[in-house]
Each structure stands twice: as C-alpha cells, then as structure tokens.
Design a protein around this ligand. Structure first.
Ligand code: AQP
Length: 333
C-alpha cells in the first residue's frame, strides 16, 4: 500500500520555501493516498529551543497545516513526540546506519558550521530519526523540498541495509522523494545562490507566512534582480539565478510551469513582473495567513486535533516497531 509522510520543524517562522516546497503538496495528496503529517518537535530540539516558544511554534506549524488545506479527518496530523515509536525505532536505526554515511551529510556540515564539536549529538543523527519517521509508516512517498534529497537517500540506504542484514527482502519499502515542480528549491530574495531559510539573518531574504500584504509587496519590490528584461527561453533564464527564482515562485504560486510564465512575461522588465508577482503572492498567501491566525486563536482545538492525529498514527507506527523488534531478536515483542 502507498503512504505519504512528511513533517516540518517548529524551529521558527514558516516561509514561502517551506510552503511551496512542502506544505502545498500535502493537501493535494491527502485525498489520493493515506497521508501522515507531523510537527517535527524531536528534530527541532537538535538546536536549542526555548520551551515556551517550542510549544507555541508547534501549534503554529499545525495551524499552517490546517490553513494550507490539510483536513484532520482525512490526514493524520500529530506532534512527532506524541508517537513514541519514532524515537524507539531511531535507536535501532542508529545501529543500522554507518558513521561514514552520516559523515557525508551536507546539512550537518552546514548547520554545525565551524563548531562541530559543540553541536548536539542529535543534530548529527538527525537523518536517522528522519528515517525512523518515514519507515515507521512504511511510507512510499515523501513530499519535501530539494534540500532533503540527501536525507531521503540515507533513509533508502537504512531501509535496504535493514532488509538485507535481517534477510527480509521488501520489509521496508524504499521511499521516493517527491521533489518535482518549480517550488522544490526556493532561493533567498537577496541571494540567488542561497536557499530561502528560516535561519537567514535578513528578514528581506524570505517571505514569511505571517507577513502582511505590505511586507510581502515590499520584499518582492526589494528582491535582488539584474536589469535585463525576462528572456524567452528556460536556458537563458537558468543563467540568471535571481530572475529564475522569481519566475519559479510565480510558477509555483499559480500552479503553472516556468515556461508558461515566460511565455506571458518574456521581454517585460521587472518593473512589470515584480508588481504582478507581489499581487499573486498576496492573493495566494493572504487567505492562508488569515486562516492560520484563526486556528491559532484556539490553541485548545489545535491540541485536540494533534492528540487525535497521534492516536490514529500510533497504532501503525507501533505495529511496525513490534515487527522490527521481533526481527531483531528482542524477546516479548
Ligand atoms: N528554500 C526552500 N525551498 C523549498 N523547500 C524548502 N524547504 C525548506 N526550505 C526550502 C522544505 O520545507 C520543509 C520543512 O523544512 P524543515 O522544517 O525541516 O526546515 P529546514 O529544512 O531546516 O529549512 P529552513 O526552513 O530553511 O530552516 P533552516 O534555516 O533551519 O535550514 C522540508 O520539506 C524542506 O525541504
């Protein structure tokens, strides 16, 4: 059977990259394939989080899920920490994954920076926990942004090694990343070579889901570009990272292809394109932001939705964990 699984960390305000790379895909998939979407609070504490802020941000991510169209009666929406099997399976996978595999993870290198020895051990084993998130549900499809591809490869390696070492061909499926589409890699509005990110110190580098119409319009207006009009072809566009990014955002927000957007705007300057993009962004995000605020006004309702989601997800993850324990040779499983 097919299953979709994904999650977002409650480690800061959500931005347009998170929305277009991940969130927007969830609500489309939920009606086609059983869908499990969690708030990755266990992952978030790999870097320090103020406890009160972590709780607030967990509810904010849940509100963003609901506002972007996830239906809690259709998809299971839950906090990662409320389904114990994730952490327990992660331990077993820590013993399957090899140090050499984790040493190659570029996100750890980027996030630990120059202070590797001061990073948490959790940050290092982060992708192993991610493998447990996915494989606890034997998920087959994982809608994520391009930046998560390497971690998905690691999940596939862990699944394959487990199946091989314990001689259980096909026990874990090898999940497929769903990273297609123009929203898979949204870049910073200030630098076409850096991804849009929560941790960028410049707020002008990103559009936050909580930005109002004026802030969105101003950020688009100030977005870095070159002076040339938009080109005719995708090949030409690819040579201009900032222009490419803005066209990609337009395409993702309007559900069109970049080629289609170029067909409309080729030959036009940013004086025409940027206002059109700002209008589109405000029209697309405005209702999401408003709905998000509505959900955030009722934290008790969010908590109830998350608890219900955890109760629906737990039996599935527990069943996988019980099978795994038996396969490994733990008695009583
Ligand atoms: N720029 C992006 N373009 C497309 N997708 C993106 N994602 C993140 N940035 C972009 C996708 O959003 C989902 C949730 O990511 P996360 O909560 O795990 O956060 P992250 O990957 O650490 O990315 P952030 O938001 O930029 O945070 P920092 O600054 O801490 O690195 C994932 O599916 C991710 O691919």
């Amino acid at each position: 059977p097919q299953r979709v699984l994904s999650g977002v960390q409650p480690s800061g305000a959500l931005h347009l990259g998170n929305y277009l790379g991940a969130l927007i895909k969830f609500s489309r998939l939920q009606h086609e394939i059983p869908t499990f979407i969690f708030v990755a609070d266990l992952h978030a504490i790999t870097a320090w989080q103020e406890p009160a802020l972590l709780a607030a941000q967990t509810r904010e991510i849940a509100a963003a899920y609901l506002a972007s169209g996830l239906d809690p009666k259709v998809a299971a929406i839950f906090p990662q920490s409320q389904v114990r099997a994730h952490a327990e399976l992660a331990w077993i996978f820590n013993c399957v994954a090899r140090l050499g595999w984790l040493d190659r993870m570029t996100q750890f290198k980027e996030k630990s920076g120059k202070h590797k020895e001061r990073s948490s051990v959790g940050l290092y084993t982060y992708p192993v926990l991610q493998a447990a998130d996915i494989l606890a549900y034997k998920a087959t499809q994982v809608p994520v942004g391009e930046d998560q591809r390497q971690h998905l490869e690691l999940t596939r390696d862990i699944a394959a090694k487990f199946n091989h070492d314990y001689d259980r061909p096909g026990f874990f499926p090898l999940p497929e990343p769903m990273t297609q589409g123009p929203g898979a890699r949204i870049m910073s509005l200030r630098d076409g070579s850096a991804k849009m990110s929560k941790s960028d110190p410049s707020d002008y580098s990103r559009i936050n889901l909580t930005d109002d119409a004026d802030a969105i319009a101003q950020k688009v207006r100030k977005a870095r570009t070159d002076p040339e009009p938009l080109p005719e072809t995708l090949d030409e566009l690819a040579k201009r990272p900032e222009a490419d990014n803005l066209v990609g955002i337009f395409a993702a927000l309007s559900g069109r292809t970049k080629a289609d957007v170029l067909a409309e705007f080729a030959g036009k300057g940013f004086g025409t394109f940027k206002p059109a993009l700002a209008d589109l962004a405000v029209a697309s995000l405005g209702p999401v932001t408003a709905a998000m605020r509505g959900f955030m006004d009722d934290p008790a309702q969010i908590d109830a939705i998350l608890k219900d989601g955890a109760e629906r997800a737990s039996p599935i993850a527990e069943a996988t964990l019980a099978e795994v324990k038996k396969i490994v040779g733990f008695i009583g499983a």
